[in-house]
Design a binder for this molecule. Structure first.
Ligand SMILES: O=P(O)(O)OC[C@H]1O[C@](O)(COP(=O)(O)O)[C@@H](O)[C@@H]1O
Length: 345
């Protein structure tokens, strides 16, 4: 047994002492509330078959997705744990049309946007799924709750995701770095197992050549994405083709990209100009994590962290991974502006 037991709470408390000695400790309390929701989700995912938690809940969310029973359960867990932490002012969830304002008596100074269960289409077939969150501070000058929610990624205080896969891991990013904590259900704690995660460099031994995109939409891609993917499948000269990996759960595809390197892409298409991935509680937190780990994010033109959100559920094209590859994609968008479809009518 590792008696060091660097739990998330201990890690965040030490980080607070080192970097934010004057801080109130509310962020630690908030993260603990998120951890409780994530532990409950991990347990529900593990026993979903036995607990009859597979299948549809019979309702749809704002973006028209049919809600799975686990979507609804995870959403309630996140909202209840965050509300009862007394640290949150307002929150936004993929599963709720509007923002969720905490009752005055329980309000705190933080803002949380989250996707309680990412990769819902993979729940019933036991493929890795996850939860994603971003934490901002309530702007001092903000009057309206919506202005607290619609903040850019550059203002994030921390972001993270939980992977519910062969193991359950929490990956937490702050401006001081990215760390991975594996859940040990026997003691009910997340233990630091991957300190200071950095995305491999492409020319590094552990840097793999992997591109990740749903090629089922190739017919609707623009010229920039078509040319980029073709360059990975049919590289010039002696360069070997890149491997293609796509799980269809963003958390799983991004976690692999963080561990092995490569590029994850969910571009806009002829059918869906801004793609599918939601900016506020999917793209921005994941972009923050990848950039804090030394990778790069882009919407095709700039870092996703620079994009000012306009609506809670707005979608955005997203490209994440090796800096040099993201630069290549942005160059292709200079050559072929968005809307230059590969296959014209
Ligand atoms: O099936 P597609 O179109 O490739 O979409 C897969 C993408 O959709 C998502 O499942 C969207 O997330 P939700 O499951 O939270 O709605 C991502 O996790 C994933 O990257």
């Amino acid at each position: 047994m590792d008696t060091e037991c660097m739990t998330v709470t201990r890690f965040v408390l030490e980080e607070k002492k080192r970097f934010f000695p004057g801080a109130s400790g509310d962020l630690t309390i908030l993260l603990n509330a998120l951890l409780t929701a994530i532990k409950a989700c991990a347990s529900a995912v593990r026993k979903a078959g036995i607990a009859k938690l597979y299948g549809l809940a019979g309702s749809s969310n704002t973006t028209g997705d049919e809600q799975k029973k686990l979507d609804v359960l995870a959403n309630e867990l996140f909202i209840n744990m965050l509300t009862s932490s007394y640290t949150v002012h307002v929150m936004a969830s993929e599963e709720n049309e509007n923002y969720i304002e905490v009752e005055t008596a329980k309000q705190g100074n933080y803002v949380v946007c989250f996707d309680p269960l990412d990769g819902s289409s993979n729940i019933d077939c036991l493929v890795t799924i996850g939860s994603i969150f971003g934490v901002w501070k309530k702007p001092l000058d903000s009057k309206e709750p919506i202005s607290c929610i619609l903040q850019s990624g550059e203002k994030l205080r921390c972001a993270g995701y939980a992977v519910y896969g062969s193991a359950c891991m929490l990956v937490l990013a702050t401006k001081n770095g990215v760390n991975g904590f594996t859940y040990d259900p026997s003691i009910g704690e997340f233990i630091l197992t991957s300190p200071s995660i950095t995305i491999p460099r492409m020319n590094e031994k552990r840097g793999q050549k992997i591109y990740s995109i749903n090629e089922g939409y190739a017919k609707y891609w623009d010229k920039a994405v078509t040319e980029y993917v073709r360059s990975k499948k049919f590289p010039e000269g002696k360069e070997k083709p890149w491997a293609n990996r796509y799980v269809g759960s963003m958390v799983a595809d991004v976690h692999r990209t963080l561990c092995y390197g490569g590029v994850f892409m969910y571009p806009g298409t002829k059918e869906a100009k801004n793609g599918k991935i939601r900016l506020l509680y999917e793209s921005i937190p994941m972009s923050y994590i990848v950039e804090m780990a030394g990778g790069q994010s882009s919407n095709g033109h700039c870092s996703v962290l620079k994009v000012q959100p306009k609506e809670i559920h707005q979608r955005s094209p997203i490209f994440l991974g090796y800096k040099e590859e993201i630069e290549k994609i942005e160059k292709l968008y200079e050559k072929y502006p968005p809307g230059t479809w590969a296959l014209e009518d």
